[in-house]
Design a protein around this ligand. Structure first.
Ligand code: CP
Length: 317
């Protein structure tokens, strides 16, 4: 297994099964710190730089909270418009990163351009964590998802995932790569204009994923152990920011998971994950069903990022 020390976390495409388990093992070791709400001093000599060129609630704050829980320090920006990358100068990734690498020991970056964190990693002498890049990938979210599933269902093998929503989403790419490392079957349900691309399907087949596509959640939800959701009423992830529109539309019923549908057709022990934020594809009254697991991810997301930071920065071997 490759060492995590000094490693960039850019994509799950090349992650191997044992690497997931090593991260989950460290999660279990560090979780008591977060559970007790008492910070440790594991990373007290280290600084995290957060460079967020796109809005975020969960990813930025949980990454920062993780660093604080480990006794580390945090500097950064959450609005690139207030930096030279977002004003008249449009400072390049290369020039920006050549500065940031001296301000901290690891850079957590979200960007609207696919590949921007990989570009940053080319120039940075410190590790870079991809916190979501355009329609690219979102590895830390998916590691949080898998850690949650393993805790909730006890395994990642022998499961059937139902992936619903916009397949251009970065989570859908990362989860698809991750699924190839486990005994997981997948069903994808998406509007035709948001379906998996032919190139990506070819790649998933080459990587050994057993999957099918369907048109309507109601036809296939009964097969699912894990219901994995994203909106289909969607922002443009290639933009730095998109304002809410009154006419943004509604989710067609075939891409919704409702309380009635769960009661009528879902397996008793199926769990629902949604990376959030949601629109109307997952009505709030589902939150109180036994299927919902998306809130526990707020806690697990901190723990997962604690584990990654500890491994990357050498506090855990
Ligand atoms: N899950 C997720 O990426 O949420 P944020 O956009 O709020 O970070």
């Amino acid at each position: 297994m490759r060492s995590f020390l000094g490693r960039d976390i850019l994509s799950l495409r090349d992650w191997e099964r044992m690497e997931y388990y090593r991260v989950f093992e460290v999660c279990d070791e560090l979780a008591p710190i977060a559970r007790r709400r008492r910070n440790s001093d594991l990373l007290k000599e280290k600084i995290l730089v957060t460079a967020f060129y796109q809005p975020s609630t969960r990813t930025r704050l949980s990454t920062e909270a993780a660093m604080h829980r480990l006794g580390g320090h945090v500097v950064g920006f959450s609005d690139a418009k207030m930096t030279r990358a977002g004003d008249f100068y449009q400072e390049s990734i290369k020039d920006t990163v050549h500065m940031l690498e001296y301000y901290g020991d690891v850079i957590a970056m979200r960007h609207y351009q696919q590949g921007a964190p990989a570009e940053a990693a080319r120039w940075a002498s410190v590790p870079v964590i991809n916190c979501g890049d355009g329609w690219g990938e979102h590895p830390t979210q998916v590691l949080t998802d898998l850690y949650t599933i393993r805790r909730e269902l006890g395994t990642l093998d022998g499961l059937h995932f139902l992936c619903i929503g916009d397949m251009r989403m970065r989570t859908m790419h990362s989860i698809s790569y991750a699924m190839t490392q486990f005994d997981i079957q997948a069903t994808y349900v998406a509007p035709p204009e948001m379906a998996l691309t032919d190139d990506f399907k070819k790649e998933l087949k080459e990587r050994g994923l057993r999957f099918r596509e369907a048109d309507n959640v109601a036809d296939v939800i009964g097969d699912a152990d894990v219901i994995y959701m994203e909106p289909v009423v969607q922002a443009d992830y290639t933009k730095s920011r998109e304002e809410a529109r009154k006419d943004r539309g509604r989710t067609p019923p075939q891409y919704q998971v409702t309380r009635d549908l769960l009661r009528e057709k879902a397996r008793a022990q199926a769990i629902i994950l949604h990376s959030l934020p949601r629109v109307d594809e997952l009505p709030p009254d589902v939150d109180s069903t036994r299927h919902a697991r998306y809130w526990i991810e707020a806690f697990n997301g901190v723990v997962l990022r604690m584990a990654l930071l500890a491994l990357i920065l050498g506090a855990m071997e």
